[in-house]
Design a protein around this ligand. Sequence first.
Ligand code: C5P
Length: 236
Amino acid sequence: MSGGDVIIALDFPSAEAVYAFLDKFENEARKPYVKVGMELFYAEGPQIVREIKARGHKIFLDLKLHDIPNTVKKAMASLSRLDVDMTNLHAAGTIDMMRAAVEGLTRPDGTRPMLLAVTQLTSTSEERMQRELLINASMPDTVKKYAQNAKEAGLDGVVCSPLEAGLVKEACGAAFQTVTPGIRFADSAADDQARVMTPEKARLGGSDYIVVGRPITQAADPVAAYRRCVKEFLGE
Ligand code: C5P
């Protein structure tokens, strides 16, 4: 498995806005790893992924699939042909669904993009999970169980809060990857993120990859903010 990276969340509404942003990194030796989410993918379609790949960036396609195993398998096969580097699904779809996803994602030559599971969304509180979803376990126990299911199904890791990364590593081992959003510099605004961590603390806490949006995309100098993030997280 690769050694971790800083992933910039491209939370922009259109292809034009994305290209204007990526143009700023044209002369950078290190091409940022980027995340394409539902907003952009549903607005611009697969072509946006091909364009960004052609510019030399690695892509985490964050579409959080959740459906019956056969449908997810076929959807994952389409995503593997798109040549993304990382994608994800909801662990709530069960081990069968996750196994089908791994099968669908695997290319004829045996390689495949990294596949991660979303455990419980960080927007779901323990109280709501118990009252509305009738899951009568604690949030840490649920996250742990979903991560173990993902490992059993052959996935590479989970997307989780940097505060849960240690718990996941303890339950699933050091090689099981953690990808964590909710990252802020010590001196930047939290925005709508309730629980945040600095890049350095995230690394020390067990995050392999961090997903960073506004602290870079909304910075006065995004390239400088990206460099700072890489320095704090990877020590480069
Ligand atoms: O701007 P910010 O750094 O908060 O962006 C974080 C990115 O990570 C956004 O794309 C957001 O949708 C995503 N994300 C998150 N929390 C999760 C899962 C995904 O913030 N639990």
